[in-house]
Design a binder for this molecule. Structure first.
Ligand SMILES: Nc1nc2c(ncn2[C@@H]2O[C@H](COP(=O)(O)OP(=O)(O)OP(=O)(O)O)[C@@H](O)[C@H]2O)c(=O)[nH]1
Ligand SMILES: [Mg+2]
Length: 422
């Protein structure tokens, strides 16, 4: 694995008074005993650093510090070291003990705000005492994020990681490859692009162009054909393509025309990984088999484009889902920045590829769905499911394929249960 230079990693400082559980929190976050923990105040003396792969932020460095309320001559030196950490980190975790927020925390927050360092307030030891509702109301009023955790019982870590993700600067989110890591230098990739009414006039869409660029960056080459010319083009080649990538809308035909030993995927599936958490989207695709007449589905488009008569998100996907579920499914469509706070009425969210939005934006949508327990998939994966080819188009991504298989198996067994009962 290529090492990320330390200077480029997001540094996250863990700050607060003595004995509030800073070291315990760092250990719980990294899942290892890195920093010494004890009930004696002043256990941590020098800053302790630990690098961690924190998906989807990528590699981050947590910095545990000595309590900011340390006293005496040595204590002051420790406080000075902790203050140096405060000055240099990109994000901060302000740890508060069961005694609640006091002047110390308020001063710390003012300093962080002055430096424009994003931070989250963590009420630790929630197993012993919960923060007062006044304190929480005040933080909400001031627009300050907080979470309640118990480092001892490792509770609330997912919420804290999510808060850190939201606070991280856009550039800190790791960018996975689009296609380059699936191929080698000298390989040939066949791209199948339908030119229909939906295709923009005189050009190709962004995911197609980005895929071509990434193929070139991998020192490979690509051939672009329409679905009708594909079989002829394949027959004319001396060596077979290493990979075929097609538009989701022609996936059924392309799957039939691509010999079984040649890996096949779609632009949407490549985008699922490039812009979002592919494994979760694949898992969400498994929920399609759970849809039934009366289910409610949210279609979420990230750009507000001019909708065509046979629009993919508004017309085709709803039609296919209804056919698949064998009855009427209620479909709501949101576009642009609209994305409901409450997703609980939905059995499934089908998100567009998100070619015009950032990875952080897409992941934030996924997080919201995930925290409310609502499965989410994307347009292309949904199309592959209803055409019966998702298992094949995910074969280049074994972890995602596994997640899909597992989720659809769960869905199948639930269906069987329902059948037995009824
Ligand atoms: N009940 C409970 N105890 C906790 C929790 N987190 C930490 N502790 C305990 O609190 C004590 C102090 O924990 P540390 O992690 O050493 O605290 P610290 O903030 O790093 O302390 P210093 O390094 O001295 O500044 C230890 O006895 C921990 O076991 C928690 O969530 N619940
Ligand atoms: Mg400590």
């Amino acid at each position: 694995m290529q090492e990320t230079p330390k200077g480029l990693r997001v540094h996250i400082g863990i700050l607060g008074r003595r004995n509030v559980g800073k070291s315990s929190l760092m250990n719980a976050l990294v899942g290892q005993s890195v920093s010494i923990v004890s009930d004696a105040p002043g256990t941590t003396t020098d800053p302790v650093e630990k690098t961690l792969e924190l998906a989807p932020l990528g590699p981050v460095v947590f910095v545990d510090t000595a309590g900011l309320d340390d006293e005496g001559a040595l204590g002051e030196l420790r406080v000075q070291k902790s203050c140096e950490v405060l000055e240099r980190v990109d994000l901060a975790v302000v740890v508060v003990g069961p005694e609640g927020m006091g002047v110390f925390e308020e001063r710390l927050i003012v300093r962080l705000q002055g430096r424009k360092t994003p931070f989250v307030v963590v009420f630790n030891k929630a197993d012993l005492a919960r923060p007062s509702s006044e304190a929480l109301a005040q933080l909400t009023h001031d627009g300050i994020k907080y979470v309640c955790v118990s480092a001892l019982h490792k509770e609330g870590m997912a919420a804290l990681k999510e808060a850190l993700f939201h606070l991280a600067p856009e550039g800190a989110i790791e960018d996975p490859r689009l296609v380059g890591d699936l191929i080698g230098a000298g390989d040939l990739v066949m791209l199948v692009v339908p030119i229909d009414l939906g295709a923009p006039k005189g050009r190709l869409i962004l995911p197609q162009v980005q895929t071509m660029r990434d193929v070139l960056d991998a020192d490979a080459s690509c051939m672009v054909v329409k679905e009708r010319e594909m079989v002829d083009a394949l027959a004319r080649l001396r060596t077979q393509p290493r990979l075929v990538v097609c538009d989701s809308q022609v996936v059924l035909k392309v799957a039939a025309d691509t010999p079984a030993h040649i890996p096949l995927t779609t632009f949407s599936i490549l985008m699922a990984r490039f812009k979002g958490d592919m494994i979760r989207l694949a898992e969400g695709a498994g929920a399609i088999s759970r849809l039934h007449p009366g289910s409610r589905v949210l279609i979420s488009e990230s750009c507000s484009h001019h909708s065509l008569a046979d629009d993919i998100g508004r017309v085709k996907i709803p039609r296919w889902l209804r056919q698949f579920a064998g009855g009427n499914i209620e479909v709501d469509v949101v576009s642009g920045k609209d994305y409901p706070e409450d997703l609980s009425p939905y059995s499934l969210i089908v998100q567009c590829g998100g070619c015009t939005v950032t990875r952080k934006h897409m992941l934030a949508r996924q997080y919201r769905a995930q925290s409310q327990g609502v499965p989410m998939t994307n347009y292309g994966m949904a199309i592959s499911v209803v055409q019966g080819v998702l298992d094949r188009t995910l074969a280049c991504f074994p972890a995602a394929q596994q997640a899909y298989r597992q989720a659809s198996r769960v869905a199948d067994s639930r269906e069987a249960e329902v059948e037995l009962v009824s």
